[in-house]
Design a protein around this ligand. Structure first.
Ligand SMILES: Cc1ncc(COP(=O)(O)O)c(C=O)c1O
Length: 395
């Protein structure tokens, strides 16, 4: 039977990474293709004790329906985490999310009609591209340099396309690993405010920092109305709990509330409560320190092996945090075409083309280091480097 699906699904094939996963049934494959945090970092024991205790003491409300904004204990934690010098959330300005992915969806649902434009970094997060496409938005990429979005190009594209909002991942961006410094964030807010364009600041990697100092958020430069900030506990506690939050203007967050009612009514009470207790009882920051110690060596080795094994002329971005290493191979190499050969050689990555709103850029690739042992990083990067070099020699 052929189904008469809505037009909005035309051309949407599912996340390229999920499709790549299905090719990776072979346990012998060294996969740099994933984007998951390592299960070695999950605080399973502490959380299981907490879950037991929470249910023992409060099953009447935990197992009941809850409010759409979120449980007060959790909203109080969100407010503390979102508070910065110029950004102090008030009641009604924060909402719990079932993962920050839900925030991307709710923002799009709140603002986008078919054919409206959204500006994004180019390249950007695949999940966001898929959501924007489902809402039939026109997605226009903004050029990036080593400091993130290029402000001149942003302004030019705001004037030309009159976008509803700009979507940005300011810290250890997925996929490039780049971080926008405070000066660039400030300029971005100024330009967007000048033209009345909103900013969606999606910042799930901010705490995964292996060197250098934390930067102020984009939200901290806001006048209250321009920036909606998303936060997620997926990379610092657990993605499976599906807990995150948003902070923005009250009217916008109310629209998030309305949109969320029809999606999941509210984020799971037990999960909100576990995250709130994990924070309140002082586990979160030491745990983040441990995660960063666990990933720091992998990130450094990934960069070092890329420098050692990739062909001359490859541009590699050194990851100061986050989960990915981004590489731009010499122009004559096509990482998209070479993907199947890499898999035959038992190594996988994500071809960079998937992260660009308009495709192209076939010489780029994203490599994840959080899920791979140091031994496999060394081995897998050597295999990839040799494969790419051989291609150049054979041409
Ligand atoms: C930039 C970005 N935003 C959002 C998400 C999704 O996070 P969550 O698990 O909070 O939905 C990811 C996950 O890979 C991501 O890379």
């Amino acid at each position: 039977m052929s189904f008469d699906f809505s037009k909005r699904y035309d051309g949407i094939t599912g996340s390229a990474i999920r499709n790549i996963f299905s090719l990776l049934g072979d346990p012998m494959i060294i996969s740099f293709a994933g984007g998951n945090p390592s299960p070695d970092t999950f605080p399973g024991e502490v959380l299981s004790e907490m879950a037991k205790d929470i249910l023992k003491k409060d099953s009447g409300t935990i197992l009941q329906y809850g409010g759409t904004y979120g449980r007060q204990s959790f909203l109080d934690v969100l407010k503390e985490l979102f508070t910065e010098e110029n950004a102090v959330p008030q009641d009604g300005e924060v909402i719990s999310l079932t993962g920050s992915s839900q925030g991307i969806d709710l923002m799009t649902k709140a603002f986008i009609e078919k054919g409206d434009t959204i500006l994004t970094e180019s390249p950007t997060f695949l999940g966001a591209l898929q959501t924007f496409r489902l809402f039939e938005a026109d997605i226009v990429g903004v050029e990036m340099d080593d400091l993130g979005m290029v402000i001149d190009d942003l302004e030019k594209k705001i004037i030309r396309y009159r976008p509803k909002f700009v979507y940005t991942i300011p810290t250890f961006q997925n996929p490039t690993g780049l971080t926008m410094p405070a000066s660039r964030k400030k300029e971005m807010v100024e330009v967007c405010r000048k033209y009345g364009v909103l900013i969606l600041e999606d910042d799930p990697y901010a705490f995964l920092r292996y060197s250098g100092r934390a930067e102020p958020t984009i939200k901290s430069f806001d006048d209250g109305d321009t920036v909606v900030r998303l936060f997620s506990f997926s990379k610092i506690i657990s993605p499976g709990l599906r807990v995150g939050g948003a902070f923005g203007n009250k009217e916008i967050i109310f629209k998030f509330n309305l949109g969320k009612q029809g999606q999941d009514v509210h984020t799971a009470n037990l999960n909100q409560e576990m995250v709130a207790r994990y924070y309140r009882e002082g586990y979160l920051y030491p745990h983040i320190g441990e995660i960063n110690d666990y990933y720091r060596g992998k990130a450094a080795l990934m960069y070092e092996t890329a420098m050692r094994y990739m062909p001359e002329g490859t541009r590699v971005i050194r990851p100061e945090g986050g989960m990915f290493l981004w590489a731009e191979l010499p122009e004559q190499l096509n990482a998209t075409k070479l993907f199947s050969e890499a898999v035959r050689n038992k190594v996988a990555y994500v071809p960079g083309t998937h992260f660009y709103p308009d495709g192209g850029h076939h010489n780029t690739l994203r490599l994840n280091f959080t899920m791979v042992s140091e031994e496999k990083i060394e081995k897998g990067m050597k295999v990839l480097g040799e494969m790419f070099k051989k291609q150049i020699a054979d041409k």
